[in-house]
Design a protein around this ligand. Structure first.
Ligand SMILES: C[S@@+](CC[C@H](N)C(=O)[O-])C[C@H]1O[C@@H](n2cnc3c(N)ncnc32)[C@H](O)[C@@H]1O
Length: 291
């Protein structure tokens, strides 16, 4: 899933990022296409009808642009340079958490690449999109991945509580894809601090992600609703420098130290985020705990 801004839920007619149909050739380019055939057992001739039904259902849950634009069919974790390391570490017993997992397409990618489901945790505000994910991937009876509902803006959640109620202090790696860019800078700091609480103490853990940044950093956007029901807010767009600065601050306030690898991947067409200044960029990053 890409461009993860929050949609205007009352928009009528549908917003510009709602594409009613998907070109069958474009559908084949998404990672989910192969997963739907091999993992989910959907006959190839039925994939188009199946994803269209599930997409329409998900759009009614919450009209994220990535749902309107069909980009939830794309996996992101496998596009990271550290994917081989992450997969190996999960296979060797380490725990992985997908923050803001939505449908859980990245979880399915890991499972189809051999990650033991027992070492994976899916997390989101609620299980509404995760449930659509079971229908989309046709695997409710076999997936075997633990789901946790948690608000990463809350002072206390299953991520900050130790087992058995929560997972605090037990996770080795976290992936937050198209997630941090939903929030103001203050909220990004809250979310990072909460994620750190889920991690095992000490060096060696990592948090990675992908997000929209901007060559001109700042708090941009318009008053649009959030899925958690809060008033709409702006969202902070980072450069490499401001993102590293955020992790430095988060480290100082949590007694931890982070080394951040950051890559500007590709420019994002301004038409997808027309209410923000030009200079939008797709960013990938890995924050490793080193102290
Ligand atoms: C744009 S979607 C990205 C979904 C998925 N990571 C992907 O790459 O396709 C953002 C996700 O963050 C979740 N989210 C939004 N606010 C949240 C919060 N305060 N705590 C936890 N999850 C939240 C949403 O429910 C949604 O599933």
């Amino acid at each position: 899933m890409a461009i993860g801004l929050v949609a205007d839920t009352d928009a009528d007619p549908p917003p510009f990022y709602y594409e009613k149909e998907i070109d069958p050739e474009r559908l084949k380019e998404f990672d989910a296409y192969e997963i739907l055939i091999k993992h989910s057992g959907i006959p190839e001739q039925d994939v188009l009808k199946h994803v269209t039904e599930q997409r329409d259902k998900a759009w009614n849950v919450f009209p994220y642009p990535c749902i309107g634009k069909w980009q939830f069919l794309d996996c992101e974790i496998n596009k990271s340079a550290v994917y081989p390391e992450v997969l190996e570490r999960i296979k060797s017993g380490q725990k992985y958490l997908e923050a803001g997992c939505a449908f859980g397409q990245d979880i399915r990618k890991l499972v189809t690449d051999g990650a033991p489901p027992a070492n994976l945790i899916a997390e989101d505000l609620s299980d509404d999109l995760w449930s659509v994910g079971f229908d989309l991937f046709n695997d409710a009876s076999k997936l075997g991945v633990r789901f946790i509902a948690a608000d990463l803006q809350a002072a206390s959640s299953p991520l900050t509580m130790p087992p058995p109620e929560g997972v605090a202090g037990t996770v080795d790696m976290i992936h937050a894809s198209w997630f941090f860019h939903l929030f103001t800078r203050t909220e990004q700091v809250n979310a990072a601090r909460n994620l750190i609480q889920a991690l095992r103490p000490g060096p060696g853990t990592l948090i990675m992600g992908r997000q929209i940044g901007n060559k001109h950093p700042g708090e941009y956007g318009k008053k649009i609703p959030h899925k958690d029901g809060r008033e709409g807010t702006t969202a902070y767009r980072h450069t490499e420098e401001t993102w590293k600065q955020l992790w430095h601050e988060v480290g100082e306030s949590t007694g931890s130290k982070w080394e951040v690898e950051h890559y500007d991947e590709s420019e994002i067409d301004h038409k997808w985020v027309p209410f923000e200044p030009e200079g939008l960029i797709k960013q990938l990053w890995v924050a490793r705990r080193v102290g």
